[in-house]
Design a protein around this ligand. Structure first.
Ligand code: AMP
Ligand code: MG
Length: 331
């Protein structure tokens, strides 16, 4: 072997060795799923050496479960059950207070379309209990007693109910808050690129290791089909859809997003997707815009500097807020 050939082989060997090492270190994402809040929650970490964040991911799941229990209307010891049962101002955890603040903010902005005081009406329809049925008109009127824009307020960190029998339901906002808490825990552990996805409602931590995440929006009438995609980083994307929890009775389909003015399912939209920094706010806004319907809903989105969104109206037509138009990709 001449000296030149020897040097050639040496370099070739070094090159291959470095290449093999780099492949070894190539980021392999950490993906874990768990059943929580009635849906599959997936946490994905893309950072280099993602494996070392296993504990942070477990802690994020544990926090989501803690939030779910705190805000469940079905567990008698939860903050929500305590508020619903109370006849005097109630003290609750800092987390429940924060979620109620978001709920009241969105309630005010949406003229009461979002209403955290619909607990009795929601229980009457029975969507969460698994045996939903069309209630009588009288029962609906009764369940709407005391419901309205001023039915709940926060004073000196206590929850005040104006009508003692008012029951609280945070089903339209608590999932988003749980997603936010999970992201907080991942970020505190030093993670820079991750997603928390709870059945299609999600928040993105950072970007996708140098590029944007591409988030598909479910077509409300074609299961498994994407209506459009969004190129985003560092945002929450939350969808409210009339296809999520439904039942049919005498040929009519009913769903779980209720209009507080009538007590019946809101009829204006098929789905609403909201993009914001925080998932709790996006979650409440998606429900609010859904109830308002396409025209008033779009008006609310255009006038909310912290939210953008897309509305699929009942007739299938699509409206997109100005700020979302530059990140949306049609198939
Ligand atoms: P989402 O899927 O986020 O739109 O939330 C729907 C859930 O929010 C329902 O299952 C109820 O628990 C609750 N909800 C229904 N209608 C309303 C409303 N108008 N305002 C606030 N929460 C609601
Ligand atoms: Mg919601």
């Amino acid at each position: 072997m001449t000296r030149t050939t020897a040097i050639f082989f040496l370099f070739a060997f070094l090159f291959l060795a470095i290449f093999a090492l780099r492949r070894e270190e190539a980021p392999s994402p950490l993906t874990r799923t768990q059943m929580l809040m009635g849906t599959v929650v997936e946490i994905r970490v893309l950072d280099d050496g993602a494996g070392r964040y296993r504990q942070a991911v477990s802690a994020a799941f544990a926090e989501m479960l803690r939030i779910e229990k705190l805000m469940s209307p079905h567990l008698p010891e939860s903050d929500i059950s305590r508020i619903s049962a109370a006849t005097k101002p109630v003290e609750v955890s800092a987390e429940t207070l924060e979620v109620l603040q978001t709920a009241l903010l969105v309630a005010a902005a949406s003229d009461g379309a979002f209403d955290a005081g619909l607990g009795r009406l929601i229980r009457l329809w029975g969507f969460a209990e698994g045996e939903p049925a069309l209630p009588s008109a009288d029962a609906i009127t009764l369940a709407l007693e005391g419901v309205g824009p001023n039915s709940l307020k926060i004073e000196a960190d206590k929850i005040h109910k104006l009508f003692p029998r008012l029951a609280v339901d945070l089903g339209g906002v608590a999932k988003g808050y749980a997603i936010d808490r999970a992201i907080d825990i991942l970020a505190a552990a030093g993670i820079k690129h991750a997603t928390v996805n709870a059945g299609g409602d999600m928040r993105l931590l950072g970007d996708r290791s140098g590029s944007l995440w591409r988030i598909g929006i479910q077509h409300p009438r074609q299961p498994g089909q994407i209506l459009a995609s969004l190129n985003l980083a560092d945002r929450a994307v939350v969808t409210s859809g009339d296809y999520e929890r439904t039942f049919e009775q005498e040929g009519v389909r009913y769903h779980h997003i209720l209009d507080p003015r009538s007590g019946y399912p809101a009829a204006g939209c098929q789905s609403v997707t909201v993009v914001a920094r925080k998932a709790a706010y996006a979650d409440a806004m998606a429900t609010a815009v859904f109830v308002l319907g396409p025209e008033r809903g779009l008006f609310l989105l255009q006038n909310s500097p912290r939210a953008e969104g897309m509305i699929v109206a009942a007739d299938g037509s699509v409206k997109v807020s100005t700020g979302l138009q530059e990140v949306i990709v049609w198939p």
